[in-house]
Every structure is written in structure tokens, then in C-alpha cells.
Design a protein around this ligand. Structure first.
Ligand SMILES: Cc1ncc(COP(=O)(O)O)c(C=O)c1O
Length: 484
């Protein structure tokens, strides 16, 4: 056995040469000790003053998280906040899962290398192998990156090259969300996010879940080479399409040699009760993408997974291999270790099975609450632990006399009862929920996959108690919270 060389720690002594003077920097300890007021000031001064306005509306600006464990955040006053937001699906393992923490600690102590673009990385190779093992059919070539957008950029590019049509057109769906980097922004159906940017113009938009419209588009335009669809639309407000639709998509793409990209960044990684949501429908896309919980709630990891023949058509020769090879941080060591351990925990703890069972219980309880408050809740939908709660348009639910007051607030909350409910769930019941980009009347529930029935009960009891206060008191309490 070879002796392991001793690694010398970097010198802590002050540099002897006279470089630039150190600017006034906060230390890690000082960062940790910042109070909530200073955090808010720095956010407004250096990050995003406009966003602070929304944080204030929802009451998020008063909270400094001191710790986070399992299903809960703990704030500066020791208050435990139940996390049904789950970082938009990034926290399958809850906060700080002990096995994931331990794997990262060990990796750091062993003094391993991080960057995977010179030498081979045992960790990047193993993660790619694991992702192939979790993926059905021939989905077994993996590109590693650091975000969902990066994974989706890789997915769209591999598909374009494999389609065999130069400058091919790409179909996407109404209300789609695929990220905000410039390529996939062109496939994200939001005038707000698309802003005034110059986008790629080879896109074709069709209604989501409408096979006839998709067929018409593909059959009338031979330049279409790629179809990009979220399997469950997240930003659109938790919208699903039936099995016949997905089977039709597969058959249509096969018939016309079009590459189907399934965006599973939000709905994948076990959240729907299967590893990939498309597995509910007995179909396999040509390319898919994961991110969010793939990083175990501790690392930024995204992955594109393609069928081998698709990948080889795009980048299979030495001449084409570097066209879209990993970026600097693709396959970085500690992130890969985190994901390897995360995938193992996902199966060891049967979190996918739990997502299905606990999700069914959550749906059952939410439907009972909807039946009790039909003037407030319009629909409960979703699958596994990816659930949408759509509220009624509250202007209709409200007594006539209160409508002018609400009209005043409409501007701020875009007419959404979900904003009122979310803000009061946090303030009065210690529950955090997520909102929805394109439909302000939908609350998204994407709790960690470690969620148990007791957490469902805590959340549903809180929601029921809040809604039982009635619309007038909810609106009045919200308005008071804004004045206080
Ligand atoms: C379906 C889907 N695709 C892509 C993305 C982009 O992921 P990221 O924010 O990690 O870039 C998201 C993010 O919410 C998403 O929900």
C-alpha cells in the first residue's frame, strides 16, 4: 500500500509583499451575527431593493434563520417554522440531513480535489453512473452542472444537435418555466421574465396538454426538431397532462424524428411518487434534466441525462466532444459527493414511496378543507408532494362593502387571496408556503420528502383554522399586518 503524502495546510501568516490594502470586509463570524435589520439594509443596498418589497408584504423580512433541521426552520426567537415551501422542491431531504452532512464533512477532511476538468474525478464518474442507474430506458449519458437552468440549456443544445436539422425550431408550452438564462428564457412563457431581452426566435408555443395542437404544429412545420415540456408544470400552478397526452407526445416525436426533452427540474427526483414524473405514464423522453434536490439541499447541482444515441449524435466524436463539455464547476467534488449520498438516502429511506403515501394523505386532508370552505378554495391538485392549492378569486367571495379596500391592495398582491393566506400562515401559525409565478391564486406545497403525517396534520390544522376565521377577518388581519 502506498503511503499517503501529508498535505500541508496553507500558511495563515500575513503576506509579506505589499499588495493592495484589504478592503473593509465582513468575516464569517460577523456575517453570522448580523441582526435582521442590518440584513435587510444590506439586501436593499446590495442585492435587490424591489424584491424586498415583496418579502415585506409576506412578512419574510422579519425572520432571521438561526438553524434549520429536518422539516423546520428555527428563527432568532427560537420559533420553529414548518417548511411546506421546500425551496421550490430543493429540499427533498429536509434541512441538514445527517448522512449528507457527514458525507460532506468526510470529503473535506480527506483533502480531496474539487475541479473535475483536468484529471478524471471518481466522484463525477460515480454520480453519472448512479444517475444512469436511476433513469429508465437508454437515458444514460450525463452532463453535470450547477443549476436547473444550466441543465436545461444542456438539454436543449444536445437535442438541437441530435435532431439533425440545422437551426431547427423548438416547441414549448404555454405557461412553461425552464429557467432564466438567455437560451431557456426563450422557452419560458413569461412576458415579465422575458422582459425586453433579445431572445432566440426559433421557438413555437403550443397549449400544454393539447395533443392536437402539438400534432398540428409538428406536422405543419418540418423545421421543428425539438419539443420541450415540463412533465408537471410548476410555475404554471401545478398543472398535469393525462397519460394519453404523454403517450401521444412519444409517438408523435418518434414518427417525425423529433427529440423530446422532459424538464424534471422541479417535478423529478422522487417528488411525484416516482423518480421521474414521466414514469407515471409509461414513457421515456429522449433527454431529461434534474436539479434542485439532486444537490441534497446542500449543494448546487444540475444534471442533463440523454439517451446514448442522442448524445453521441450531438457530441460523440473528438471533434464535437468539447462543444458542450462540463463548465468549470461541472462535476465539482463536494457537490458530486453530496449528490451521490443524496441518491443513496433517497432509496435507503424510501422517500419516493413516502412522497406518494404522504402526498395522498395531504391531498385527502386538503380536499376535506376545500369541501368545508368552498367559497375560498377553488381546487386542490397535484401528485405526491407537489400540490397546488388554488383559491377563489376573492373579489367575489368578499362582502360588497369591503371591495374598495381590497381593490386598493390588489395592486400589491395582484388580486391574490393566496398572498393573504400565505402571510398569515407564517405570522400566526408558523407555516411557510410557496407562491406561484404565473397564477397568483395558487399556493404551491412542496414540502421535503421526509414529511410525515404529523407534519401534514400540523399544516392542515393551521390552514383550516385560518380559513375558519373567514374572508373578512383574513383581509382585515392582513391589512393590519402591513400597517404594524
Ligand atoms: C421546471 C424548471 N426548470 C428549470 C428551472 C431552473 O432552475 P434553476 O433555478 O436551478 O436555474 C426551474 C426552477 O424553478 C424549474 O422549476
Amino acid at each position: 500500500m502506498l503511503d499517503r503524502p501529508t498535505l500541508t495546510a496553507p500558511s495563515l501568516a500575513a503576506p509579506v509583499r505589499s499588495g493592495p490594502e484589504k478592503p473593509k470586509l465582513l468575516s464569517v463570524e460577523e456575517a453570522k451575527a448580523l441582526d435582521v435589520g442590518t440584513m435587510a439594509d444590506l439586501f436593499k443596498e446590495h442585492i435587490n431593493p424591489g424584491q424586498f418589497h415583496f418579502m415585506k408584504l409576506l412578512g419574510f423580512h422579519k425572520i432571521k434563520v438561526e438553524r434549520a433541521e429536518g422539516m423546520y426552520y428555527v428563527d432568532q426567537n427560537g420559533r420553529k417554522i414548518l417548511d411546506f415551501f421546500g425551496g421550490f422542491g430543493s429540499l427533498a431531504f429536509g434541512h441538514n440531513h445527517p448522512r449528507i452532512i457527514e458525507a460532506r464533512r468526510k470529503f473535506g477532511e480527506e483533502g480531496r480535489h474539487e475541479i473535475a476538468i483536468a484529471f478524471l474525478s471518481q466522484y463525477a464518474s460515480a454520480l453519472a453512473k448512479n444517475l444512469a442507474a436511476c433513469s429508465p430506458g437508454e437515458l444514460d449519458m450525463v452532463f453535470l452542472g450547477s443549476s436547473g437552468s444550466e441543465a436545461m440549456e444542456a438539454a436543449v443544445k444536445v437535442a438541437e444537435r441530435a435532431s439533425g436539422r440545422r437551426n431547427c425550431k423548438i416547441v414549448h408550452a404555454e405557461n412553461s418555466f425552464h429557467g432564466k438564462t438567455k437560451g431557456v428564457l426563450s422557452l419560458t412563457d413569461s412576458p415579465l421574465y422575458q422582459g425586453e431581452f433579445r431572445l432566440v426566435n426559433n421557438t413555437v408555443k403550443v397549449p400544454f396538454g393539447d395533443l392536437k395542437a402539438l400534432t398540428r404544429a409538428v406536422e405543419s412545420d418540418p423545421e421543428i426538431g425539438v419539443v420541450v415540456l415540463e412533465t408537471i408544470q410548476g410555475g404554471g400552478g401545478i398543472i398535469e397532462a393525462p397519460t394519453e397526452y404523454w403517450q401521444g407526445v412519444r409517438a408523435l416525436c418518434d414518427k417525425h424524428k423529433v427529440i423530446w426533452v422532459a424538464d424534471e427540474v422541479q417535478c423529478g427526483f422522487g417528488r411525484s411518487g416516482r423518480f421521474y414524473a414521466f414514469e407515471h405514464h409509461g414513457v421515456v423522453p429522449d433527454v431529461t434534466a434534474l436539479a434542485k434536490s439532486l444537490g441534497g439541499g446542500k449543494a448546487a447541482v444540475g444534471a442533463m441525462i440523454a439517451k446514448r444515441d442522442v448524445y453521441m449524435k450531438a457530441y460523440g466524436t473528438p471533434k464535437t466532444a468539447m462543444i458542450h463539455a462540463h463548465a468549470t464547476f461541472g462535476g465539482i467534488g463536494e457537490a458530486c459527493v453530496t449528490s451521490i449520498e443524496a441518491l443513496n438516502v433517497l432509496y435507503d429511506e424510501d422517500l419516493i414511496g413516502n412522497a406518494e403515501d404522504t402526498g395522498n394523505y395531504l391531498l385527502e386532508r386538503l380536499n376535506a378543507i376545500k369541501d368545508k370552505h368552498p367559497s375560498l378554495i377553488k381546487e386542490v391538485r397535484g401528485r405526491g408532494l407537489m400540490i397546488g392549492l388554488e383559491f377563489q378569486d376573492f373579489s367575489r367571495a368578499l362582502p360588497f362593502a369591503l371591495r374598495p379596500m381590497v381593490a386598493m391592495l390588489d395592486d400589491k398582491l395582484k388580486g391574490s387571496l393566496s398572498g393573504f393566506v400565505g402571510a398569515l400562515l407564517l405570522r400566526d401559525y408558523d407555516c411557510l408556503v410557496a407562491f406561484t409565478e404565473y397564477n397568483r391564486n395558487v399556493i404551491r406545497l412542496e414540502p421535503p420528502l421526509i414529511c410525515g403525517d404529523e407534519h401534514v396534520d400540523q399544516f392542515c390544522d393551521a390552514l383550516d383554522a385560518l380559513l375558519s376565521r373567514g374572508i373578512v377577518s383574513i383581509v382585515k388581519d392582513f391589512v393590519k399586518s402591513q400597517l404594524g
